[in-house]
Every structure is written in structure tokens, then in C-alpha cells.
Design a binder for this molecule. Structure first.
Ligand code: FDP
Length: 332
């Protein structure tokens, strides 16, 4: 007899059963994220012909153009945690202030943070996008209590909307990858305990912005491009305008994604990416797979943001390239 495919629910439940003391609440949250991922995937699949999906014209709290699908994905995620009393608070890149769930049956135990639609410029061109999530323990407290290091995350991951819909997550015991089988509407385990290659052959960065980078960052990218057959250079460029898509590629194949600081006068000295919604969760996933995430002079997971929407420069990927990046970034 063939063995049945391992669904997301089964994998999570079996993991929970082998963790003494687990309440099952975190498992429920991960399963709900699977449902949210399917709902967002369905909205994306209809976006091309469903009236009203696409550019929203409004701006998010960072003043960037917001797409209707960003708004919709944010709403789907808020709804996802709006029952059962497990989640007390949800914070998102798309909301100025966290959403507090009221009338809970008891004290909720978790806060969920998310970037509902990462790589949103890809919406209108049918490119790859993702939803990034991070789960933290939570007791009643002011939203400022969310300003903690990335090491306090209990789970993190993403749903990737590409040719197939994938769900990748970690609870701190390795990284697991599931693929949505549309014929049965279930995420099926495709790779357990994903390991990131120690080094890669590719990098992803918006090189049109090279004039805004610090000299050390420019020198690092020049190094990657300088041919040296024995050392495996030049590296290939792989930039998709969706960090989650690029990081996913490097999770499987090795390589480095960069979004450096803009050092020009009036530029963004902290880069573009948000600490809590993008950098901490992807750093947790990548480090669990054996990779690294760095600002250039600090490990991403050690960074404690001073505000909810704080940004940070990011280098994330294979250990070899990120360590090399740190040596270049520390140059005067
Ligand atoms: P987006 O704002 O379109 O959601 O998260 C920010 C991000 O996408 C990354 O996913 C992506 O790599 C980057 O910004 C693209 O920014 P640039 O257009 O400046 O390259």
C-alpha cells in the first residue's frame, strides 16, 4: 500500500504530539496560516480579471502606494486570527497601529506580525509574491512590548505565490516546506528540514541603486562580479523585486540577497525593509536552515527595533557570502 501524502495539518499535529507540554495553540495558528495562504492565493489567481483588484491608489503607513491586494491580504490575515482567543494582537506593515482583538474568551497567548504582500510591485505583472509571518509569545501589554529581538519569535515563515503556492515555516526545529496541491486543496510536505547551501553562485540586489550604497557594499558587489574561475566568480544576478521570492531561491540554491542603506543625503539610512515584518521572520527561517542574516555589523535576530515600523539594511543568505559581506561592510 502507498503511504498517504503528509498534509500540513498532519505534520504539525505529529510535531505537536512529540513536544511534551505543547498546548496545540501554536499548531492551530500554523494551520490557520495555511488557510489564509490558500485564500490569498485564490484572490491573486483572480486578480487579473476580477474587477477592483490591483492598484489601490492609497498609501500605507510608509507612504508607499498600496495595492488593493495588499489591503485584501491584510484583511484576510486579520480575519484568520479573529476567533478562538489565541491571538491577542496583530501588527502589519499595512497598518499604522496594531490591531487588538477584543472580547477574547481568555488571555491570548500570541501576537502575529506580518507583511501581507511582499514584492507588491509584482502584482500587476503576475510575478512572484509572498506573505511573510512571525509569531511571538504575548501577554496583555502595550504594543511597545513588541519591540524585542528576533530571537523571541516562536515561529516564522512565508507563503510564496509563484507557479506553485508554497508554505515554508520554522518553529525553531528546522525549516519545512509544503506545496499546495490544488486538486485537493491541501499543502503537502515536499521537504522536511531544508538545509541552505553553505555558499551560492548568485546575488540579488537592486543594482540601479548602487550609487546610494556605502563604499564597502559597492566593493562587495564588485567582488562578486569580478571573474575568478577557481573561486567560482562571477556570480549570477537574480533580482525579482520580491525579497521573499529571492530569499526562497537562495534557501534552496544558495546565494545572497541585499537591500543596503541609502547613504546619499536625504536617502534612507536604514534601507527599506522592516525589522519586525520582514527581516526578523526571514532571518529566523534562514538561520534555522544554516544561513545567516546581517545588517553588516550586527546579526538581524539580535536587533531590537525602537519603533514598530523601523527598517534596517539587510544581507541574508548563505553563510559564506553573508560573512564575506560583513567583512566588506565593516571597511571604512
Ligand atoms: P515591495 O516594496 O514591492 O513589497 O519588501 C519590500 C520589497 O518589495 C522587497 O520585497 C523587494 O525586494 C524590494 O522591496 C523592492 O524594492 P526596489 O523596488 O527598491 O528594488
Amino acid at each position: 500500500m502507498r503511504s498517504a501524502p503528509i498534509t500540513l495539518d498532519r505534520f504539525i499535529l505529529e510535531g505537536q504530539q512529540s513536544s511534551p507540554g505543547a498546548t496545540g495553540e501554536l499548531s492551530l495558528l500554523l494551520m490557520r496560516l495555511g488557510v489564509a495562504g490558500k485564500r490569498i492565493a485564490s484572490a491573486l489567481a483572480r486578480a487579473g480579471f476580477a474587477e477592483g483588484l490591483g492598484s489601490a491608489g492609497a498609501s500605507n503607513v510608509q507612504g508607499e502606494e498600496q495595492k488593493k491586494l495588499d489591503v485584501l491580504a491584510n484583511e484576510i490575515l486579520l480575519e484568520t486570527f479573529d476567533y478562538g482567543g489565541i491571538v491577542t494582537l496583530a501588527a502589519s506593515e499595512e497598518m499604522a497601529e496594531p490591531f487588538v482583538y477584543r472580547d477574547l474568551p481568555g488571555p491570548g497567548r500570541y501576537a502575529v506580525l506580518f507583511d501581507p504582500m511582499d514584492g507588491s510591485s509584482n502584482i500587476d505583472v503576475n510575478g512572484t509574491l509572498g506573505t511573510i509571518f512571525s509569531i511571538r509569545p504575548w501577554r496583555d501589554g502595550p504594543p511597545a512590548d513588541l519591540l524585542r529581538s528576533g530571537r523571541e519569535q516562536v515561529a516564522a515563515g512565508y507563503v510564496l505565490f509563484g507557479p506553485a503556492v508554497l508554505l515554508v515555516y520554522t518553529c525553531g526545529d528546522g525549516v519545512h516546506l509544503f506545496t499546495l496541491d490544488p486538486s485537493i486543496g491541501e499543502f503537502l510536505l515536499t521537504r522536511e528540514n531544508v538545509r541552505m547551501p553553505e555558499r551560492g553562485r548568485a546575488y540579488a540586489v537592486n543594482e540601479g541603486r548602487a550609487h546610494t550604497w556605502a563604499p564597502g557594499v559597492r566593493a562587495f558587489v564588485e567582488h562578486l562580479k569580478t571573474p575568478d574561475k577557481a573561486a567560482g566568480r562571477p556570480y549570477a544576478t537574480r533580482y525579482s523585486a520580491s525579497m521573499v521570492a529571492d530569499v526562497h531561491r537562495f534557501l534552496l540554491e544558495g546565494g545572497i540577497y541585499l537591500y543596503p542603506a541609502d547613504t546619499t543625503p536625504g536617502g534612507r539610512p536604514d534601507g527599506k525593509l522592516r525589522v519586525l515584518y520582514e527581516c526578523h521572520p526571514l532571518a529566523f527561517v534562514v538561520e534555522q536552515a544554516g544561513g545567516l542574516a546581517s545588517t553588516g555589523n550586527a546579526r538581524v535576530l539580535d536587533v531590537v527595533p525602537a519603533s514598530l515600523h523601523e527598517r534596517m539594511p539587510l544581507a541574508i543568505g548563505s553563510r559564506t557570502e553573508v560573512e564575506l559581506f560583513e567583512t566588506y561592510a565593516s571597511r571604512p
